[in-house]
Design a protein around this ligand. Structure first.
Ligand code: SF4
Length: 360
């Protein structure tokens, strides 16, 4: 959106002509001010050049694009919440069916695609579907925008074929881990997906590859954590996000996300109690589809709040237990952390930590 907005606009126009729609909206989250400004400028240029409007390039066809800025709610990335927000209401997700393709914006049939999808359209038309399908791993075809953040030397957005392994992405493309630290864990597809340990570095970063490794490609927002990161702290941080972003319509998501955060915050800050981990397990479950939240809410945000909790408990149960036993987080002030072999070590190696190995 910021660097090649005309590709996106071309994709929107082709898509509109294909489905015989005359009206498109670009919904941009409120915080992305720069993207909204760049896209609006490009749309204005297209109107001035006769590429948009009531006679697209002299074809006699009409396509209009409205650029709309949201007010900053994460949940408005969910398609029905996005439509409700676009109509001027509070961004609440709706139960489906009816699906937006049947009854969407203002009750009209509406197709919703993300920017990455429509931006691929002109390239596929120009280069051919065989070119696009030449990037293939099992059933995953084409290129994917990976947004890599966290403790890599070169974080950023990278367009890659879905044939690269996590190792190639982290070490070859992103330059490896900052300060040549050890890799601790990877959240490969956005904050809701199960975490992966370094033993999964050879997993292919495709839909099937990451599923086989025990996680998901999801939104392809990859977070990489080095060995200085406390998993309890990281999870507490994530759970605060989901608690804040829950729209509050469904009790399991509204209450469950708040309970998860309250318990984790307590554990991280030295007030964890016996039974807390079992309580977390009963709320979040032991994996997708289990527990008090998953599958019991209108949209997927409830599940998204629970999945990382069950994943982190599966991987780092021992570290959670140590936080409760030792009344707090040993990673704070870098008193000690876990090395490649799962040993807790001190920054200066001057003294050994009092507690033992992590679960893995
Ligand atoms: S699952 Fe959460 S975010 Fe989604 S509709 Fe229910 S309360 Fe709102």
């Amino acid at each position: 959106m910021e660097q090649r907005p005309h590709s996106m606009i071309e994709g929107i126009i082709i898509t509109c002509l294909a489905i015989e729609s005359q009206q498109a909206f670009v919904y941009i989250r409120g915080e992305y001010y720069n993207a909204a400004k760049v896209v609006q400028k490009a749309v204005d240029e297209c109107y001035a050049a006769g590429i948009l409007g009531n006679n697209v390039l002299g074809s006699g066809k009409r396509v209009d694009i409205v650029v709309h800025r949201g007010a900053g709610a994460y949940i408005c990335g969910e398609e029905t919440a996005l439509l409700t927000s676009l109509e001027g209401y509070r961004g609440y997700p709706k139960l489906k069916p009816p699906f937006p393709a049947i009854s969407g914006l203002y009750g009209k049939p509406t197709i919703i695609n993300n920017v990455e999808t429509v931006t691929n359209v002109p390239y596929i038309i120009n280069k051919g579907i065989d070119w696009f399908k030449s990037f293939v791993h099992e059933k995953s075809t084409g290129l994917r925008l990976l947004c890599v953040s966290g403790h890599v030397k070169k974080p950023g957005v990278y367009e890659v074929p879905m044939t690269y392994t996590l190792r190639e992405i982290i070490y070859d493309i992103c330059g490896g881990i900052r300060n040549d630290h050890d890799l601790k864990f990877i959240i490969p597809g956005g904050s809701s997906v199960p975490w992966l340990l370094p033993d999964k570095l050879d997993a292919v970063c495709s839909m099937e590859g990451l599923q086989a490794a025990g996680s998901f490609l999801g939104s392809a927002g990859m977070m990489v954590m080095d060995h200085t990161v406390c998993p309890v702290w990281a999870l507490t941080n994530l759970s605060a996000f989901y608690r804040h972003e829950s729209c509050g319509q469904c009790t399991p998501c509204r209450e469950g996300s708040a309970w998860l955060h309250k318990i984790l915050f307590r554990i991280e800050n030295g007030q964890g109690e016996e039974g807390d981990l079992q309580m977390l397990r009963s709320i979040a479950g032991t994996g997708p589809g289990t527990g008090m939240i998953c599958g019991r809410s209108i949209c997927a945000l409830g599940d998204a709040a629970a999945w990382p909790v069950s994943s982190a408990l599966n991987l780092y149960w021992k570290e959670f237990e140590e936080h409760i036993k030792n009344k707090g987080c040993g990673y704070k002030n870098k008193r000690y952390w876990m090395n490649r072999s799962g040993q807790f070590v001190n920054d200066s190696f001057a003294h050994k930590p009092t507690w033992g190995h992590a679960a893995h």
